[in-house]
Design a protein around this ligand. Structure first.
Ligand code: UD1
Length: 404
């Protein structure tokens, strides 16, 4: 992999960067943890020797820790990115601006045929904006999802990225309604299914058992306690963890839940910082029924979800993964941008009210909760559909948005 510093040196010396990233290819961008499981099957499909669509990979460096990045690249077999922009953390403005500043010269050097972005993180909008202003077509995977909550940074990223995109790939049918309402030409929208579920289905057999994870990160007693059922908790949305009063309230509810069933809590770095700031971290670490563990690799997290009684989360991706697995999910948010997980899947959106959360938990404990069904085209073949659609666009140069 070429770092940003090395890249500009190489570019100065021999204009190598352009050829290294092969001009005319599709430049795929990842930045943060939820992007990695979406890009993995797509890179595999596009890098297949028979694929007519060459692709390169750029990592912005938004997520950089081993646990937030390398574990995913290694476990999912994502090829080493050709370039890492090493942008790191910062406020939204600083992080977004820094990605844009570092991405622009790369785009000038590499001259890709299109830039493909996934999901709704800051790296997604930052690279889409640079590409669109340069006249490079933007392809958005996971387009059209809407929470209708502009207080969520991801919602702003979703709306703007879709407006900038020439080609939009969706995971569920309601996305097209949202895009139409925002004036986007439906000929540019393709319902292809869900890349995140491609990854899940391809990796289910390799999932790490709960007991292995618990023994590695807690101890054998915790593992045995969880043998007769446990909850998985993840929580990292700014609206849940950055406000100390809300964080205290939610942790109090989690404590009540743990009286019924133990709770395994993989803690995102942002949440760990917030728990430490609120003075809650030490109490959590010594709790005998709540087990905080570090952020887990993909296969550990998959195994933990597969064996869980229920999942409590504010993550977007886990609402989809639990639906695909048939595991009840209680979403600790006021809304979801993934309504199909509620309508057809196992998801119940309860908000942050203690009574509503406890009622949903008790429902799962007494009835087993929603089982649901796997939504249309969540069948492990989304990457192949995207590849076929891109190949068609390449072939049909007269009509294609990718013709350059
Ligand atoms: C980002 C996404 C969010 C996604 C989440 C998954 C945006 C706006 N948000 O939120 O949609 O659900 O990723 O994790 O893009 N940090 C580390 N190590 C890392 C990365 C981050 O310790 O490798 C810490 C830093 O203190 C950083 C904080 O986590 O300031 C937040 O990281 P950031 O990328 O800003 O946002 P996330 O909360 O991870």
């Amino acid at each position: 992999m070429v770092s940003r510093g090395q890249l500009s040196q190489l570019a100065k010396e021999s204009n190598l960067a352009g050829s290294y990233l092969s001009s005319g290819s599709i430049m795929c961008v990842v930045g943060a943890r939820p992007n990695f499981m979406k890009i993995a099957p797509l890179m595999a499909a596009l890098n297949d020797p028979k694929s007519p669509v060459p692709a390169t990979l750029v990592h912005t460096g938004q997520h950089y820790d081993d646990a937030m990045k390398d574990a995913f690249f290694n476990q999912l077999g994502i090829p080493e990115p050709q370039v890492d922009l090493e942008v790191g953390s910062g406020s939204h403005a600083v992080q977004t601006a820094e990605i844009m500043r570092r991405f622009e010269p790369l785009l000038d050097q590499a001259r890709p045929r299109a830039v493909l972005v996934v999901g709704d993180v800051n790296s997604t909008i930052a690279c889409a904006l640079v590409a669109a202003k340069k006249g490079v077509p933007v392809i958005h995977v996971e387009a059209g999802l809407r929470s209708f909550d502009r207080g969520m940074p991801e919602e702003i990223n979703r709306v703007l990225t879709d407006q900038l995109s020439e080609l939009l790939f969706t995971t569920e049918a309601t996305a097209l309604d949202n895009l139409r309402r925002e004036g986007i030409d439906e000929n540019r929208v393709h319902f292809v299914g869900n890349l995140m579920i491609d990854t899940l289905l391809h990796n289910k057999a390799k999932a790490v058992p709960m007991a292995t994870t618990m023994r590695a990160h807690v101890n054998a007693e915790a593992s045995s306690l969880c043998d007769s059922g446990y909850n998985v908790l993840t929580m990292h949305r700014p609206s849940n963890v950055d406000d100390t009063a809300m964080l205290r309230h939610l942790m109090h509810v989690v404590e009540r839940i743990s009286e019924h069933l133990p709770v395994v809590f993989p803690v995102h770095p942002r949440s760990r910082q917030a728990l430490q700031n609120a003075g809650l971290w030490d109490g959590l670490r010594s709790h005998d029924r709540i087990f905080p563990v570090p952020p887990l690799g993909y296969l550990e997290m998959l195994g933990l979800m597969m064996e869980a009684t229920m999942v409590l989360t504010d993550s977007g991706g886990m609402q989809e993964e639990t639906t695909a697995l048939g595991v009840p999910c209680i979403t600790l948010r006021e809304n979801t941008e993934r309504p199909i997980t509620v309508e057809q899947g196992t998801n119940t959106v309860v908000g942050r009210d203690a009574t509503r959360i406890m009622a949903a938990v008790e429902d799962v404990l007494s009835t087993g909760g929603k089982r649901g069904q796997r939504p249309e085209l969540w069948d492990g073949k989304a990457a192949l559909r995207i590849r076929d659609c891109l190949a068609q666009c390449y072939a049909d140069a007269g009509r294609s948005v990718l013709a350059r």
